[in-house]
Design a protein around this ligand. Structure first.
Ligand code: 13P
Length: 251
């Protein structure tokens, strides 16, 4: 049985005090939940939210460098993330692929580095609108998944979370239909089965991301292949994100 995981990607939002305020209240509200709740604040707020020693909410970073240390001005190493209290790190978000030139090869390198330091990668894959219109969705996600998992050992697969984020659904208010997201995620899971084996595919958790809101989370989570969500905009608001992580209460 895969444990659901809902993560908030705050992107480039929130000051230190805003981050602390949201995390304190969120942690209080999720104590009784039997799912994993993760927040990924900007780097500047990591130390402060870690100092809260939250009981339930786990912390992730939004990116990691390709090296342990060295002359990489402006970068943050996996050692530094572990030194705060990060247990997760988002890798290969479409915004990093698009605006910072991250290739599949870089994504794969970062996954290896994160795993070496005990950080659990949340690996983002997903097609653009043009690719979807051209009927290439499945080919794109299969190719991204294969590249991301290159040379990743079988025993490390359960450490990894995949986030299927169709680029056209990010920040647009457009969501893939729950059935559609379920189907693409099923294809991603089959790809993991082909690379490794069925057990690895059954173990790995795959989230959906792209305009997830309190109003659509329940339908998404009801799909058999969808194990969680990577939430952008709606994770910035305490009330909205609390409603999302408490999706089971809507039933
Ligand atoms: P939105 O939820 O704002 O569409 O963002 C999704 C996302 O990019 C999460 O990583």
């Amino acid at each position: 049985m895969r444990k659901p995981i809902i993560a908030g990607n705050w992107k480039m939002h929130k000051t230190v005090s805003e981050a602390v305020e949201l995390c304190e209240a969120l942690d209080r509200s999720v104590q009784d939940l039997d799912i994993e709740v993760v927040v990924c604040p900007p780097f500047t707020a990591l130390s402060a939210v870690c100092a809260l020693n939250m009981g339930k909410v786990k912390i992730g970073a939004q990116n990691v460098s390709i090296a342990d240390a060295g002359a990489y001005t402006g970068e943050i190493s996996p050692l530094m993330l572990v030194d705060t209290c990060c247990s997760y790190v988002i890798i290969g978000h479409s915004e990093r692929r698009q605006h910072f030139g991250e290739t599949d090869a870089v994504v794969n390198e970062k996954i290896h580095l994160a795993l070496r330091h005990g950080l659990q990668p949340i690996v983002c894959i997903g097609e653009s609108l043009d690719q979807r219109r051209a009927g290439k969705t499945e080919a794109v996600v299969v190719s991204q998944a294969k590249a991301a998992f290159a040379d990743v050992a079988r025993e490390q697969v359960p450490e990894i979370v995949i986030a299927y984020e169709p680029i056209w659904a990010i920040g647009t208010g457009e969501t893939a239909s729950a059935e559609d997201a379920n189907q693409v995620i099923g294809t991603i899971r089959k790809t993991i089965a082909k690379i490794y084996d069925q057990e690895a595919a059954d173990q790995i958790r795959i989230q959906y991301g792209g305009s997830v809101k309190p109003g659509n989370i329940q339908e998404l989570m009801a799909q058999p292949e969808i194990d969680g969500a990577l939430v952008g905009g709606a994770s910035l608001d305490l009330k909205g994100f609390t409603a999302i992580v408490h999706y089971q209460k809507q039933q």
